[in-house]
Design a protein around this ligand. Structure first.
Ligand SMILES: Cc1cc2nc3c(=O)[nH]c(=O)nc-3n(C[C@H](O)[C@H](O)[C@H](O)COP(=O)(O)O)c2cc1C
Length: 336
């Protein structure tokens, strides 16, 4: 008899797919999701995912090997689709026989899904619309993560609750769908599982775990923050595209608004051309997540965080976080 029979029954398809005890993924977080956090998540029965981010193939190679040395449980690798060396990174995953590759940051380029599948790995994708989700399943994707705008990091415009209502009734019977964005308690996991999700993905809730290498000042900023402090970046000028990112507001986010105003003005005056103006906006946040996570620069760095940050109040070991989520989920299901 397990401690979580109702939860495990609803997570069964997700667990079989991931090869885990619980169908809880820790979403890849650049700089945060490295060997220590990833192996801790997998060792605790969840599914850790290495954030490749802008890593070179050599760095990814070393990170996978180091993670393997810390866990014999399954874990995945998250690759950003616009990485210039995407296919080399896929080869590195294949060399290590990584079981699951997550493709994030845009639709997978031609041939990438097949390249991953040829190595025997499963492919997990994201999709902003139901039509694109169906298209990717037809193209061979094995599982989908739907991620709402409550999430930390790069976000789409639609809330998790709405995406769940749009995608799950259409896809859940025949496909594996995980839900992400704004999940801080097991009660919420119970609801998405009941709607047909096979599991969930959380980032913010795990970012400050004991095993996370994030700087103590980064963690303190999370512990102090409330849901409303995790704001999505706003585009001020229609000529200067801004990809929305949810992060804790700080000096950097205020200066970013100012920067957009300043560059827009330079454009009006004709002192910079469009390409230069867009580049100045694009470059503003270069290296900013690393500055926050690794250097602890909580004023100027990017403190990517989801709205569930208000439920992150102290440092806890990953195993405790997962146990809490599972028992909250089980209690919620038992109350039905
Ligand atoms: C600090 C931080 C960095 C992130 N970096 C990435 C990333 O590099 N690639 C990615 O696909 N998602 C990234 N995400 C999103 C997470 O993988 C996850 O999907 C998200 O955090 C889930 O929503 P939640 O924050 O509400 O739990 C990041 C999130 C955070 C909080």
């Amino acid at each position: 008899m397990t401690a979580y029979p109702k939860t495990e029954a609803l997570m069964q398809r997700g667990c079989e797919f991931l090869g885990t005890e619980t169908a809880i993924l820790c979403g890849a977080m650049s700089w945060v999701s490295e060997r220590n956090l990833v192996s801790a998540i997998s060792n605790a029965g969840g599914f850790g995912v290495i954030a490749c981010g802008a890593m070179t193939p050599e760095l990814l190679d070393a990170e996978i090997a180091a993670t393997r040395a810390m866990t014999d449980k399954p874990f995945g690798v998250n690759l950003i689709t616009m990485h210039p060396q995407l296919f080399d990174l896929i080869e590195v995953c294949a060399k290590h026989q990584v079981g699951h590759v997550v493709l994030a940051g845009g639709l997978p380029p031609k041939g990438s899904l097949d390249a991953i599948k040829q190595s025997g790995a499963k492919v997990i994708v994201f999709a902003p619309t139901l039509a694109l989700a169906k298209k990717q399943f037809r193209a061979g994707a094995d599982a989908l993560v739907i991620e709402g705008s409550e999430a930390g990091g790069h976000i789409g415009p639609v809330a998790t609750s709405v995406l769940a209502q749009e995608f799950l009734p259409e896809l859940a019977a025949d496909h594996l769908v995980f839900v992400a964005g704004g999940i801080g308690r097991g009660d919420m996991i119970a609801s998405y599982l009941e709607m047909g999700a096979v599991g969930v993905q959380l980032g913010t809730r795990f970012a400050c775990a004991t095993e996370s290498i994030a700087h103590p000042d980064f963690k303190q900023a999370f512990f102090r923050a409330k849901a409303r402090d995790a704001e999505a970046s706003v585009q001020l000028d229609p000529r200067l595209p801004v990809i929305p990112v949810r992060a804790l507001k700080n000096k950097g986010t205020a200066e970013f608004t100012e920067k957009q105003r300043e560059v827009g003005l330079l454009l009006d005056q004709g002192s910079v051309d469009m390409a230069e103006a867009q580049l100045r906006i694009e470059h503003f946040w270069a290296g900013a997540l690393r500055r926050a996570v690794i250097d602890g620069d909580v004023e100027n760095g990017s403190l990517m965080a989801g709205q569930s940050v208000g439920m992150v109040t102290r440092e806890e070991p990953v195993a405790e976080i997962i146990a809490t989520l599972m028992s909250e989920c089980e209690a919620a299901l038992a109350r039905r």
